[in-house]
Design a protein around this ligand. Structure first.
Ligand SMILES: Cc1cc2nc3c(=O)[nH]c(=O)nc-3n(C[C@H](O)[C@H](O)[C@H](O)COP(=O)(O)OP(=O)(O)OC[C@H]3O[C@@H](n4cnc5c(N)ncnc54)[C@H](O)[C@@H]3O)c2cc1C
Length: 370
């Protein structure tokens, strides 16, 4: 066999796994059904602006080793993620913090904000929440729920909040300080030149073949290596033998606005009212603090998943998780197979988690070999 590993998927999981194996002297081939490497972190430069083609990606972690790992391939520009929420014509600060409470209720001290929150949530505290709406009302009360949660969440998941499971928002970060930093992590940034240099660094010296769907000729690819590392949807790998897993999808609409140097004065604006069908508009140049005559914006439209569109978010309810575990048990029975990443593990991962998981799985595999 020409390779030790055929790695299906060139996203952060596949690329990081390939890097770790190459460092250990293994021969890897990465295949991907898309026309580019990088999976969902792939960027394209448009009029001097790095455009995150699959939605805004902000790197954040509290794990120093992962931060250093990434920094060896690409320089990180400091960036503090502090999205705004637009409810009809009013802009609010996120995550919920003193800026939000002052805008909404005119309160300026932590004591006043706490008292107002207690008054708002008191009527909903008595019963155990059985859906997302009840959970949200119990955590923040009706005004914040209506303005910043309800319509955004309903657009995101395509269902009324009263029909969504409570676990989706078991916690809502509430800060009684004037701090708009969305993440509480130690390290946060945007790679200079986008995410492609990171993927190029990880995959340097590794064979990559694009526009190839592993599932259409799996017999051929199985013969190319001792091990298959699969990062696509796990239900598809097993021909949906236990039924289909549910996902939510997104549609991205990118627009180059020539002659518009500043469209929304912010990188990420969430649309929390139901007068528009999209959930976010991203203005990519503001990740880079770029001064250019034009701008590129991306609308994010949540949409139902079917096999002709990309699966983005797993729907981790009880039924889907039980089905996923049946697939996971099948993986355990196949010693040639390694799976990982957001689709094969059927789990929402941030980038640092995917990298950590790939390094861990590679390490474990090498240890088992010796
Ligand atoms: C809209 C959005 C915004 C996000 N924002 C952030 C953020 O701000 N910060 C953060 O840390 N994380 C963010 N994430 C999460 C981040 O995108 C993921 O953690 C990471 O990209 C997952 O990497 P992966 O390798 O698991 O999957 P992917 O990047 O999806 O890679 C999987 C690859 O496998 C390929 N593939 C699948 N099936 C086959 C097949 N049969 N044959 C060949 N190839 C196949 C696909 O084409 C794809 O290239 C965001 C995710 C989304 C959807």
């Amino acid at each position: 066999m020409k390779y030790d590993f055929v790695i299906v998927g060139s996203g952060l999981f596949g690329s990081t796994f390939a890097y770790a194996m190459r460092q250990a002297g293994k021969r890897c081939l990465i295949i991907d059904k898309r026309a580019h490497a990088g999976g969902n972190v792939w960027c394209q430069e448009v009029n001097g602006i790095q455009v995150h083609q699959y939605g805004a990606h902000i790197f954040h972690t509290s794990d120093l080793s992962i931060w250093q790992f990434v920094n060896q391939f690409v320089q990180m520009k400091p960036f503090v993620h502090s999205p705004k929420a637009k409810y009809f014509d009013t802009l609010y600060a996120l995550p919920f913090n003193m800026n939000t409470f002052e805008q909404m209720w005119g309160v300026t001290t932590a004591e006043e904000a706490r008292l107002k929150l207690d008054i708002e949530t008191a009527p909903y505290k008595k019963q155990k929440p059985i859906n997302l709406e009840q959970q949200a009302l119990q955590l923040v009360g009706p005004e914040l729920y209506e303005t910043l949660i309800k319509h955004y969440t309903e657009k995101q998941w395509g269902k009324p909040c009263s029909e969504l499971p409570a676990f989706l928002i078991t916690r809502i970060p509430i800060r009684l300080t004037y701090n708009n930093n969305y993440f509480a992590d130690l390290y946060q940034g945007i790679p200079v030149g986008g995410y492609n240099p990171l993927i190029n660094g990880l995959t340097a010296g590794i064979d990559i073949e694009l526009n190839i769907d592993f599932l259409t000729d799996r017999e051929y690819w199985n013969k190319q290596a001792m091990h298959i590392v699969y990062t696509g949807p796990i239900d598809a790998f097993f021909n949906y033998c236990f039924g289909k897993l549910e996902y939510r999808s997104l549609r991205f609409e990118h627009r180059l606005l020539e002659g518009v140097s500043n469209f929304q004065q912010h990188a990420v604006v969430n649309y929390t009212s139901n007068d528009v069908p999209y959930t976010r508009i991203i203005e990519h140049k503001h990740f880079d603090f770029k001064s250019t005559p034009d701008t590129v914006i991306t609308y994010e439209f949540p949409q139902a998943y079917n096999e002709s569109v990309e699966p983005y978010y797993p729907v981790n309810d009880v039924a889907n998780n039980a089905r996923y575990r049946q697939y996971r048990d099948m993986v355990k029975k196949d010693s040639r197979l390694i799976v990982g990443g957001r689709l094969a593990d059927y789990q929402y991962y941030d980038m640092h988690q995917v990298i950590a998981s790939a390094l861990h799985k590679a390490q474990k595999h090498l240890q088992n070999e010796t």
